[in-house]
Every structure is written in structure tokens, then in C-alpha cells.
Design a protein around this ligand. Structure first.
Ligand code: NDP
Length: 486
């Protein structure tokens, strides 16, 4: 251990023996088609999906055309009309409970696959993505036979076919957020995973087979944005989208006047506000979890840190020291804290925004860190001396990059925190309960954490204001967009 002035000792060396999770547990096919009507449809076009940590191809997957999307929508419609929508809720619940249990049983396998195709640390896919995905199926299974009680005197009924388009940051978890409430409400679905992370959704089709879900209730088509656009245009009753604000806006324009229901869960630029009376060591852990969790590929990431001036130096000092202990590298190593960036395109976007931060005058800090030679990587980064007008304080970077601003009074904190086109999430760190209550009233964000960050629960609604979208996922609020009422 080294001792630096009178501060706490910092470790001189953090050498761990590597502890890689075996990838043998996942059996991948060489080539996947589209899962339509309970069968694999041979795709007309394919592309290779890769491991972003090594750039090695993992499998060939289909690139669905409009005609293939059409087949999937027809299969979903047939399944809706031929039994699924008329099934008693208690029967639908059985399938959802089965899916939840199978996901739990096969969680190690899915965790490895999620890290392999997406680049996220196995510790996170094992401890966060998989337990939460199963929890969502359990939670909505519980509501399937209680819709009349959930919405008393409103006679809830399913909509029909839901088209669902999801992003690459939490591929299986986003699938669960979309499919579980849709099925509980009696709808059938056509879902498209993101182009860079299709494998867990395709692997999930085997869970559906194991659960003996009737054919056509869930259809999975893969492809790029064109496939997503084809789903949006197709003959579905409802579109649910999670992704960038830009694409969300395009979808909203496309659907205007069609009568199709829409929910949008878009980007964010959350403020994580640290008051001087906060437990600073805990707050620093919350800051790290807020922005470096999942390489910062998180829509609700605490990417703008607002620190009260009186504790600014202390917090930055602790934060920088904590950053030196983060381990960046092999996503399958159980010691890894920060894994690979999801794609070359995303890496370039992060690099471009970080360069803009330096050009505009912010001070950059990156801990010493050796990155693997192959794959897509970015060192955890902190920017100080950031002005509110800088791009790094305004735009969603979606990477492991934190922008630090300061404030003196609660009013100034609120004003700065709300100074963003987004409104998805926020964090407040203070020992005063009254201040938590007053801040949460004034912060314009759909989800606000107090003395913690990035906590999720299926019973708690999640969603945003302003350019972060509309509609909620999770809880009863997440069921409502999948129902019609008399
Ligand atoms: P996109 O919004 O493009 O991707 C989200 C999903 O939408 C993907 O499945 C994508 O397919 C699909 N898609 C793309 N274009 C269309 C379209 N015209 N109609 C329907 N569906 C479409 O996000 P990106 O992957 O391009 O990421 C860009 C930025 O978006 C990130 O840097 C980040 O800032 C933000 N983002 C926010 C997310 C969030 O959770 N709020 C999640 C992901 C990204 P495909 O994968 O093939 O592009």
C-alpha cells in the first residue's frame, strides 16, 4: 500500500488472477432465421453478429425484409385470433410463470451469451440483467388473471398485435420489459432486437419452445433499422420502442393519425445531485454505479454529476481514486467492472463527443489503464470544468464518460438539473429526508433515486418526460398501454 499525504491508503497494485466464465455453456447455431409462427423461417438475407470484445463473428443472423415482417405479423394475428386472446388469464399466467422459471434455470447460459454478444461484464449480466428479466415475467404473470382488479370497472381487453423494437444495451431485459406485459394483457407480439445484439432474443425462442407457448404468440425477427421501420409501418395495433430520441421522433411522425398506440422510451442526460451533507463514500459508489455500469450504455445513466461546491474537491478526489480501481477488460471475467463498448459505431460516437469536450475547454481525467488490443474499448472518463453549454453536458454520450458541474444552493441544483431536453431520471444524495422530498418534487424526471442509483424493480414504473419519451414500463402503468377499455 502507498500512503499519499494524510489521505486514506491507496492500493499500489490490483492484480487479480483472471476468473473467466466458460463460454462452453452456450450452444450457438451457426445461422439463425426468423422465429415466425413457432418455426424458424429461412431468411432471404443474413449478416454476421460479432463479439465486440474480440471482433470475432459469433453467428449469421437474418436481415428481415418487409415481406418477412409481414409474415411475422400475420402469424401473430392468427395466434391472437385463434385462442391466445380468449385464453383465461390464469392460463396465460401459467406460460409466463414457466418462462420466468426457465430463465432462472438457464440464467448462467443467458448471462454468458448476453456478455458475449453485447460486451457487458458477466457480473452485471449474471446479477442484474438475468434476475430482472425473470422477475419481470414473474411479476406480469401475477397480473394476467387479475386485470379486472387492476383496472376496476374499466373492462380491460387486449389490443391485438404489438410491434416491439428494442436497443442493444440490455437486450434480454428489454425483451422481458416488452413481452411480459404484452402477453399478460392477452396480446401477441412481433419483436426486433437491435442489429448488434440479436442472439439472446434468438436463444430465447428455445425458452418459448420449452414453455410450450402456442406458436405465433411471440415472433422474433432480426435486422437493422429498416426491419424496425417495417414493423412500425406494418398492420399492428401498438408499437413499443426503446432507443434513441431521433428514431423515436421519426416513429411518432410515422404513426401520427394512424390510431396505433405508441410508447416511447428514449434517451436521457440525468443529473446525479450530491449535497454537502451526503455520505460521500456511498455517494461516490453511487456515482460510479450511475455512469460506469454497463459502460454507460444506459438511458437513465447519471451522466451529469452536480456536486455542491463545499464538497467538490473531496468528491472529485475520492472519485478519481475509485476510478483507478475499476477493472476494464474481458466481459466474461468475473473481476471485470467495465466491459467492451457495444459496437465500433458507438465507440466512434463516444470518441467524437469526448474530443468535443476537450476542444470546448473541459479538463479530462482518465485513470491509467491498459486496454485489450482487439475489440472496442473506452477508458472510464471524468470531465471537470464543464460549462452547461458544452456538448458533453447536453448530449447523450451513452458511454463511460461523466461530466461534472457544481452548484451552491438547492435552487441552482434544480435549475441546472432541469436544464436538459431530456427528463428520464435523476439522483439525489443527502442525509435530509425533507430535502429529498423537496428535490424530487422539483426535478423534472420520470424516475428519481435517493441515496442510491440505477435500482430497478418490475413493480416500479419507468419512463420519462420531454425528449425522453412517454408511456411507462413496469408496474401497473406498464400494463395499461397494452390494453383497451370499454
Ligand atoms: P437506435 O434508436 O437507432 O436503435 C434502437 C432500435 O431501433 C434498434 O433495434 C434499431 O435497429 C431500431 N431502429 C433504427 N432505426 C429505426 C427506424 N427508422 N424505425 C424503427 N426502428 C429503428 O439507436 P442506436 O443503436 O443507433 O444508438 C444511437 C444512440 O441512441 C446511442 O448512442 C444512444 O445515445 C441512444 N440510445 C438510447 C437508448 C435508450 O435506451 N434510450 C438505447 C440505444 C441507443 P438497429 O439496431 O438495427 O439500428
Amino acid at each position: 500500500m502507498e500512503r499519499k499525504q494524510d489521505r486514506a491508503p491507496i492500493p499500489a497494485d490490483w492484480t487479480y488472477a483472471s476468473a473467466p466464465e466458460s463460454r462452453e455453456i452456450v450452444e450457438l447455431r451457426e445461422r439463425y432465421g426468423h422465429f415466425v409462427g413457432g418455426e424458424w423461417l429461412e431468411p432471404q438475407e443474413t449478416y454476421a453478429t460479432i463479439d465486440p470484445a474480440s471482433e470475432e463473428p459469433l453467428a449469421e443472423v437474418g436481415e428481415a425484409t418487409e415481406a418477412e415482417v409481414q409474415l411475422a405479423v400475420e402469424a401473430a394475428r392468427e395466434a391472437f385470433a385463434n385462442g391466445w386472446s380468449a385464453l383465461p388469464g390464469s392460463e396465460r399466467a401459467k406460460y409466463l410463470f414457466r418462462i420466468a422459471r426457465i430463465l432462472q434455470e438457464r440464467s448462467r447460459e443467458f448471462a454468458v451469451l448476453e456478455s458475449l454478444n453485447g460486451g457487458k461484464p458477466i457480473r452485471e449480466s449474471r446479477d442484474v440483467d438475468l434476475p430482472l428479466a425473470a422477475a419481470h415475467f414473474f411479476y406480469y404473470a401475477g397480473w394476467a388473471d387479475k386485470l379486472e382488479y387492476a383496472f376496476p370497472n374499466r373492462k380491460p381487453k387486449p389490443l391485438g398485435v404489438a410491434g416491439q423494437v428494442i436497443p442493444w444495451n440490455f437486450p434480454l431485459l428489454m425483451l422481458a420489459w416488452k413481452i411480459a406485459p404484452a402477453l399478460a394483457a392477452g396480446n401477441t407480439v412481433v419483436l426486433k432486437p437491435a442489429e448488434t445484439t440479436p442472439l439472446s432474443a434468438l436463444h430465447f425462442c428455445d425458452v418459448l419452445r420449452q414453455a410450450e407457448l402456442p406458436p405465433g404468440v411471440v415472433n422474433i425477427v432480426t435486422g437493422d433499422g429498416r426491419t424496425g421501420a417495417a414493423i412500425v409501418k406494418s398492420d399492428v395495433e401498438k408499437v413499443a420502442f426503446t432507443g434513441s430520441t431521433e428514431v423515436g421522433k421519426a416513429i411518432q411522425r410515422e404513426l401520427a393519425g394512424t390510431g396505433k398506440k405508441l410508447t416511447l422510451e428514449l434517451g436521457g442526460k440525468a443529473a446525479n445531485v450530491i449535497f454537502d451533507d451526503a455520505a460521500l463514500d456511498q455517494a461516490v459508489e453511487g456515482i460510479v454505479n450511475g455512469i460506469y455500469f454497463n459502460q454507460g450504455h444506459v438511458c437513465c445513466a447519471g451522466s451529469r454529476l452536480l456536486v455542491q461546491e463545499s464538497v467538490y474537491e473531496d468528491v472529485i478526489d475520492k472519485l478519481k481514486r475509485r476510478l483507478t480501481t475499476l477493472r476494464v477488460g474481458d466481459p466474461l471475467d468475473k473481476n471485470t467492472d467495465v466491459g467492451a463498448i457495444n459496437s465500433r459505431q458507438q465507440l466512434e460516437k463516444i470518441q467524437e463527443l469526448v474530443a468535443s469536450g476537450e476542444e470546448e475547454g473541459a479538463s479530462i481525467y482518465q485513470p491509467p489503464c491498459r486496454l485489450p488490443e482487439k475489440g472496442y474499448w473506452f477508458v472510464p472518463t471524468v470531465f471537470t470544468d464543464v460549462a452547461q453549454s458544452y456538448r458533453i453536458a447536453q448530449e447523450e454520450i451513452f458511454g463511460p464518460v461523466l461530466s461534472v458541474l457544481t452548484f451552491r444552493t438547492p435552487d441552482e441544483a434544480v435549475e441546472k438539473a432541469n436544464n436538459t431536453p431530456y427528463g428520464l431520471s435523476a439522483g439525489v444524495w443527502t442525509e435530509k429526508g425533507s430535502r429529498i422530498l423537496s428535490m424530487t418534487q422539483r426535478l423534472r424526471a420520470g424516475v428519481i433515486w435517493a441515496n442510491t442509483y440505477n435500482r430497478f424493480d418490475p413493480s416500479s414504473p419507468f419512463g420519462g418526460y420531454k425528449e425522453s419519451g412517454f408511456g411507462r414500463e413496469g408496474g401497473l402503468h406498464g400494463l395499461e398501454p397494452y390494453l383497451d377499455f370499454e
